[in-house]
Design a protein around this ligand. Structure first.
Ligand code: GLU
Length: 299
């Protein structure tokens, strides 16, 4: 039996919302509302020096102003360290995680590269050999981890050869995003993760951790990612501009169009709530890029 729909938006409060995060948040909100589901907001504020309450408050104000209302209290990852410690403890007790002494440079010098960076060659799997532990890594194996993305279809990855044993607690003492996200999606009862396709490559690592920790795997849907004129993902690093406030219905309509839902003519000039309620009634997932669509049969 399928679980009641619970979606979530999980911004890192390192800066204000921009068009790209509005589009991702909007897609997740619409999918939840179109399913009659709940929609939660979680602040991924583990990286304390880069995050602030002021950014979190600004994100919440912008969501509210654009009409993306949430259910329940806001979760803050900075208040959940005990839960991540417990999850790491569970992995360590089962010998599924191990301490690692390798520096970034050592790994870069000895490892094969994939598009996301070096594949960890497993140097510390067999022990530290007197070296000092820096980070904690989870063991991977090479059986393909697969899932059916609701938009992009079947995705598979062999973690050991394509990623390597990956970090669950960083050398600077911070819990890694992959661990925290998995613990929290389960804790919050998230049934549907709808987020930008920039995170597609993280999903198999998250599923691997869910399996090791005996957690339910949500359904996943990865949305198109908004790019700037130079083809870079809109982000704080690429100096994406903050969303205008008060909310701009024209920008909301642009975000909907980006998600493949051009706003009906009669709604041009309507306020955000009217545009949103129309969009909930018309929501369908954006089409996948042409190259991932099944080819028409020539037979
Ligand atoms: N905090 C992540 C980000 O802002 C999103 C995490 C997720 O949706 O899984 O990119």
């Amino acid at each position: 039996m399928s679980r009641p729909y619970t979606g979530r938006f999980a911004p890192s409060p390192t800066g204000p919302l921009h068009f790209g995060s509005l589009a991702a948040g909007l897609g997740s909100w619409l999918d939840a509302r179109a399913h009659g589901g709940r929609w939660l907001v979680r602040m991924e504020d583990l990286d304390a020096p880069r995050c602030s309450q002021a950014h979190a408050d600004a994100i919440l104000r912008a969501l509210e102003d654009y009409g993306l209302t949430w259910d329940g209290p806001i979760a803050y990852q900075s208040r959940r360290l005990k839960a991540y410690e417990a999850a790491l403890g569970q992995l360590v007790a089962a010998r599924l995680a191990y301490p690692c002494a390798c520096s970034r440079k050592e790994i870069a010098d000895s490892a094969l590269e994939n598009i996301e960076g070096p594949v960890y060659p497993g140097t510390c799997r067999a022990g530290l050999h007197g070296r000092t532990a820096r980070a904690w890594r989870v063991r991977t194996d090479d059986a393909p981890v697969c899932f059916d993305d609701r938009r992009l279809g079947r995705q598979c990855q062999r973690l050991e050869s394509e990623v390597g044993d990956f970090v669950v607690k960083r050398a600077d003492g911070l819990f890694a995003y992959q661990l925290a996200v998995v613990v929290d999606d389960a804790w919050q009862g998230v049934s549907d993760v709808v987020r930008g396709a920039d995170l597609l490559g993280s999903t198999t690592r998250q599923i691997h951790l869910q399996r090791l920790l005996n957690l339910v795997t949500p359904r996943y849907c990865h949305l198109p990612v908004a790019l700037n004129a130079s083809g870079q993902k809109l982000s704080k690093q690429t100096r994406a501009s903050a969303l205008p406030l008060p909310a701009s219905p024209a920008l909301l309509a642009q975000a909907l169009e980006f998600l493949g839902l051009p706003v009906a003519q009669e709604l041009r000039g309507a306020p955000c709530p009217a545009i949103l309620s129309w969009a909930v009634g018309h929501w369908t997932l954006p089409s996948p890029p042409a190259r991932t669509r099944p080819r028409p049969s020539t037979a």
